[in-house]
Design a protein around this ligand. Structure first.
Ligand code: ZN
Length: 301
């Protein structure tokens, strides 16, 4: 059984065949459900996306069609939104509250907008690039090269011993008492499985003897996809924090985890993260007891 991951929702038909059809795009825009995104803040009303009029400013990216054939777009622009505004919220804040279709659309919109924002110049010749195919590509206005959105894969690993305890680590840069699972980007030339072996060895000295795939979740902060595994290691007695990225590690059985969360000695990652889904799934039905203050930092775990 794969994990049920909060941001892994794709209910819209992306309808790629319509991306190059300018007449269809213009017609759809007039009747579309248009999400407004300013920087990384979505316009929200009553814990749902608040769709806006076709007059709304911004770059237009086509997201797809719902089951009834209604088109969805995002109108994206750079700007500044007061953090105290209730009308605008980040995906992190609102993500768990949205309906599945809206989560999928918002994840797509945010990932796309951030890719466009950081690919204004051609990687081949340095020329200015422009939006093409309703946001699915950028095209260089000097050399005509086409650039496609990129997603950076990272593995995230729930490390276990043969007695079914889990190992969590603490990064120096995280808020105090925050622990989570281990993770790292896939490097060029690596398979996901090789990355699991390398990251676990690097961060805690664990020697992986078996691993199991648990699922994947897009993590558009700004451009990752997290590929989740659990991995059993052979040497729980000799694991140690690498002292560079990870400053502390802790082995936990279920009772110890619940006690430390209840006493706030240990803070878990947020509910929309893969890490939290893996920890909750391991914990079983009693995971509902793991309610404590959440702590955020801009990392995918
Ligand atoms: Zn170019």
């Amino acid at each position: 059984m794969l994990l049920d991951l909060p941001l892994s929702r794709c209910e819209l038909d992306r309808a790629a065949h319509l991306r190059g059809d300018l007449a269809a795009l213009a017609e759809m825009w007039q009747r579309a459900k248009i999400i407004e995104l300013i920087d990384d803040q979505f316009r929200i009303k009553d814990e749902s996306l608040d769709y806006v009029s076709p007059e709304t400013e911004g770059d237009r990216f086509f997201l797809g069609l719902d089951k009834a054939g209604a088109p969805y777009f995002v109108a994206y622009r750079k700007g500044f939104v007061e953090s105290t505004s209730d009308e605008f919220q980040s995906l992190r804040t609102i993500g768990k509250k949205l309906a599945d279709l809206e989560i999928g659309a918002a994840v797509h919109a945010l990932a796309l907008a951030q890719w466009h924002e950081s690919h204004q110049r051609c990687a081949k010749c340095g020329g200015a690039t422009v939006i093409g195919m309703a946001g699915a590509i950028r095209k260089c206005s000097a050399c005509s090269a086409e650039h496609h959105p990129r997603t950076d894969p990272a593995v995230i690993v729930l490390v276990k011993d043969e007695s079914d305890r889990i190992l969590l680590g603490r990064q120096k840069v995280w808020p105090e008492k925050r622990f989570s699972t281990f993770a790292g980007f896939v490097e060029p030339g690596e398979s996901f499985e090789s990355t699991v072996l390398r990251e676990v060895a690097e961060e805690c000295g664990g020697q992986v003897i078996s691993m199991k795939y648990l699922g994947s979740q897009p993590w558009p902060f700004p451009a990752s996809i997290m590929i989740a595994y659990e991995a059993v290691i052979s040497n729980p007695g000799t694991t140690k924090a690498d002292g560079e990225e990870i400053e502390e590690i802790i082995w936990l059985d279920r009772e110890l985890l619940k006690a430390k969360v209840a006493s706030q000695e240990l803070l878990l990652p947020p509910a929309i993260s893969v890490a939290r889904a893996m920890i909750n799934s391991w914990c079983g039905p009693s995971a509902r007891e793991l309610v404590a203050k959440e702590s955020w930092r801009d990392v995918g775990r």
